[in-house]
Design a protein around this ligand. Structure first.
Ligand code: HPA
Length: 289
């Protein structure tokens, strides 16, 4: 492969060219390595990679070995697609994800979701780190995403629609599955873990928000703010997948007492909440199939 090839391919995706064909090419390259039939896909967010250690791994493929997969440039994100079983359920895990602030288009960021769907995945579980704006939320808390607001100023479905992938105007009355939310809440109750249910607003980053922006985002109805998840959700819903979203509050974003955020603090809060996130996701996976 020449050095130019990935750049040319990236440009093609950016232009929305031949998405269906590109998905098939990615699937072929994965199928050359594994015949695994995952029904559940998991996208692990910042500092939330621990689930992988619980998976009975069959195959793990670096994103750089899968055509058209964006490669995360953020140190805290790995870049491997992991196939295996968890409690006997076939799953595929994205260990590492890309963000808008890295310069990728939303079509590129969401491409792996389309590939997972083509591999047989019908349920998508997404985790992320976020800033908590609801005054009842504390650093380290977990919020189940009930709904979202897209403030990315962009949408992964813009461009020609391929009806083989999904409808032109996908419904968004239930972006996050009420069935999966109920399973996650039951799991939390059984483990005596407090979880919130709320609204996630997506912004591009990479800078964190100003006090005025936090005030605004809270006013428009969001409980937490983050830089991911919404594009993946939109594409998953476009293809009819059921989605569960879990957010860890890694910093408190209260405008009147705002403190500077450091990446180490974000990672430390994610690390602290990570074991319980892993337990909740595992519980849902063992029950939802
Ligand atoms: N804002 C946006 N994204 C984030 C934050 C935040 O405060 N914390 C973690 N991800």
């Amino acid at each position: 492969m020449t050095i130019l090839a990935p750049a040319v391919r990236a440009l093609c995706i950016f232009a929305g060219m031949d998405l269906y064909q590109n998905i098939a090419e990615s699937v072929d390259s994965i199928r050359a390595v594994t015949s695994s039939q995952p029904s559940i896909g998991v996208i692990l967010g910042t500092g939330l990679g621990g689930l992988v250690s619980k998976v009975d791994v069959q195959t793990s493929i670096g994103y750089d070995n899968i055509p058209y997969f964006p490669i995360s440039t953020v140190e805290s994100h790995h870049g491997r697609l992991v196939f295996g079983t968890l409690h006997g359920v076939n799953i595929v895990v994205m260990h590492g994800r890309s963000h808008v602030y890295e310069g990728y288009s939303l079509q590129q960021i969401t491409f792996p979701v389309r590939v997972m769907q083509a591999l047989g995945v019908r349920t998508l579980i997404i985790s992320n780190a976020c800033g908590g704006m609801n005054p009842l939320y504390r650093r380290g808390d977990i919020m189940l995403i009930d709904d979202h607001i897209n403030l990315l100023g962009d949408n992964p479905l813009i461009g020609p629609n391929d009806d083989r992938l999904g409808p032109r105007f996908p419904d968004m009355s239930e972006p996050y599955s009420q069935r999966l939310l109920a399973l996650a809440e039951q799991a939390a109750l059984a483990r005596r873990t407090k979880v919130h249910r709320g609204v996630y607003v997506a912004v591009t980053g990479p800078n964190l928000e100003t006090r005025a922006e936090y005030r605004f985002l809270r006013t428009i109805g969001a409980d937490v703010v983050g830089m991911s998840t919404v594009p993946e959700n939109i594409v998953a819903r476009h293809m009819g997948m059921e989605v569960l979203g879990l957010s860890v509050v890694t910093d408190e974003c209260f405008p009147d007492s705002l403190e500077a955020v450091k990446l180490e603090h974000v990672l430390a809060a994610a690390a602290q909440a990570e074991p319980i996130m892993t337990d909740l996701i595992t519980d849902v996976i063992s029950k939802c199939a």
